[in-house]
Design a protein around this ligand. Sequence first.
Ligand SMILES: C[S@@+](CC[C@H](N)C(=O)[O-])C[C@H]1O[C@@H](n2cnc3c(N)ncnc32)[C@H](O)[C@@H]1O
Length: 248
Amino acid sequence: MPLQLTHPTSAPHPKAQSMLPAIGGFPTSDLPLFLAGYSELCRVDLSGKRALEICGGFGKLAAGLAEAYPQAEVTGLDLYAASGPEIEERMQRLPGLSYVAGDAFDLSGYGDESLDLVWGQAALHHLAHNATGLAASVRRVLKPGGRLVFIFEPMGHNLPVAAIRAVRMAKHELEDESNLYLSQFERMAAGFSSCEVQMFNLLGYPMKAVSDRFEWLSKTVQSMDALLFRRFPKLLRYGANCNVIFTK
Ligand SMILES: C[S@@+](CC[C@H](N)C(=O)[O-])C[C@H]1O[C@@H](n2cnc3c(N)ncnc32)[C@H](O)[C@@H]1O
């Protein structure tokens, strides 16, 4: 099944803004990517539905999504044994919100077709050694029409990213991280009905180093990226970062 490569520029979902605290320490030059990704989490009204975050860290984003949809059942999962203060506080108020310590590769506790949404932020590049196995086990637990969403992933097709991250990997700074490739997404997409890859940061990757100090520069580069992606769609594959949305 062919991947659909896009560069979203439409207004974010109204609830997406409220989840922005979950970007934590990630660069502010990536705001358009996060807003597009959080809009994907909200694309379907989650009220009365079941959602699972994998590799959720201390649970900030799960907490934000549960706040946006108080009638949803939202679970944050991570290898960490303990969750953070944001989710702890909200778990007192939101009965549908929970946190579990566990392995994203082991979804045996979830029944077939029991979830509407599974997602991860800065997650897939930690799980890339068995991305197809992961996709297959998520596909099992998703309901028909359910979605698997990954937000903020690094792509290996972008040469500056590949070079900078290769140096960092050689210095053992990136531990279990890998770069991702469209060919992996094609393999993961087997059995799903569609796969959209939202590409960002063609020229913008180097901006991350200065974005907090020079917001105007980062905005200018974002506009140049949008222009280049629109005029030359073949450049989409060279985006440095992406969101990926698999629909069952
Ligand atoms: C870069 S952090 C991202 C955390 C959080 N999603 C965020 O955006 O701040 C990657 C997370 O993946 C978790 N992780 C790595 N491998 C995992 C696995 N097999 N199962 C569950 N969590 C895993 C790590 O514990 C870590 O919290």
